[in-house]
Design a protein around this ligand. Structure first.
Ligand code: C2E
Ligand code: MG
Ligand code: MG
Ligand code: MG
Length: 288
């Protein structure tokens, strides 16, 4: 308590000097409390086979306390990184996501996000995840690690080595937010991920924007040649769903299909209605 008092005093001095603003101090306090209480919830969003409407798996998405700045996981992650607490936060996120993965859901595929900075962190070892999977009775092949290319892949070789390690442990790998970052198609190709998740910015206005359409089709062709599967993120309406099914995208995610929730939700009634009609072009490409 004395040390906490002293820290609060030091912060007050820095605020007075104008080195630190009050909002930042409040956030730091909230963040410390949040970490100490492990106050993270996890919601799960279905990944759906677009031809059959079958649920293929679920992505775990973390949430900080409701109605706070930290409700948004991107704020949570950015704040943790800035304050050198990313590793601790990520560990809590992983543990919570796996702890919530109980009962019948264990037979489904679980998509788990990992920050690229963690990939490079020598403290992070897949044994940690494997030990938890063992306890929970989940097979490692059911786990897909999602790594975003949003921030660019800085150290490609280190990145690739990590992915190889995860594969040796039995995990699958997904490149998240593909088409949004700076890494080239070649970089994605060399990583040979099992899944390529197309960023939602590519899905938006797909009908009106021919460049996006070419990109989506290129990713699909490319995935088929390299043995990856494409997942379209952020499908928000029936038009987008129809378009993606016509192109032959095998897997999708989005509010129209189901919003993230806990316990893991079923398909939305609108999606059930939509997918009950036969797809105009049934994807031949999906290998269940
Ligand atoms: P992401 O992995 O690309 O996750 C997809 C985001 O899009 C999620 O936002 C999801 O709620 C949102 N989304 C899903 N369907 C739709 C849709 O139809 N429309 C729109 N507009 N959005 C949709 P969320 O949950 O806020 O997560 C944001 C990002 O935070 C994630 O992007 C991921 O990079 C990161 N993140 C979330 N949870 C974790 C975690 O436990 N660990 C790590 N490392 N990162 C996480
Ligand atoms: Mg993701
Ligand atoms: Mg994504
Ligand atoms: Mg995204």
């Amino acid at each position: 308590p004395e040390k906490a008092h002293y820290n609060a005093y030091k912060e007050a001095v820095r605020v007075a000097k104008g080195e630190l603003n009050v909002l930042e101090v409040e956030r730091r306090q909230r963040f410390s409390a949040l970490l100490a209480d492990r106050d993270i919830r996890v919601v799960y969003q279905p990944v759906v086979a677009l031809d059959s409407g079958r649920i293929f798996g679920y992505e775990a998405l973390s949430r900080g306390p409701e109605d706070s700045f930290f409700a948004n996981p991107l704020n949570l992650l950015a704040f943790a990184e800035k304050n050198n607490q990313l590793y601790t936060l990520e560990k809590i996120m992983r543990e919570k996501a796996l702890a919530g993965w109980t009962g019948e859901w264990r037979k489904q595929v679980l998509f788990l996000n990992i920050s690229p900075q963690i990939i490079y962190d020598p403290a992070f070892h897949p044994d940690e995840i494997n030990a938890r999977l063992d306890e929970l009775g989940i097979r490692p092949e059911r786990l897909v690690l999602e790594i975003t290319e949003r921030t660019g892949i800085e150290n490609f070789q280190a990145f690739q080595r990590s992915l190889e390690t995860y594969r040796r442990h039995g995990f699958k790998v997904a490149v998240d937010d593909a088409g949004s970052g700076y890494s080239s198609l070649q970089a994605v190709a060399e990583l040979q991920p099992e899944y390529i998740k197309l960023d939602l910015s590519l899905i938006r206005e797909l009908d009106q924007n021919p460049v996006k359409r070419i990109l989506v089709e290129t990713f699909l062709t490319f995935a088929e040649k390299t043995g990856s599967r494409v997942i379209a993120e952020g499908i928000e309406n029936s038009e987008e769903l129809t378009r993606l099914r016509k192109i032959g995208i095998p897997l999708g995610q989005g509010f129209f299909l189901a919003r993230p929730a806990c316990p893991p939700p079923a398909l939305s009634p609108a999606a059930v209605r939509h997918l009950a009609c036969p797809a105009e072009v049934t994807s031949q490409r999906f290998r269940p």
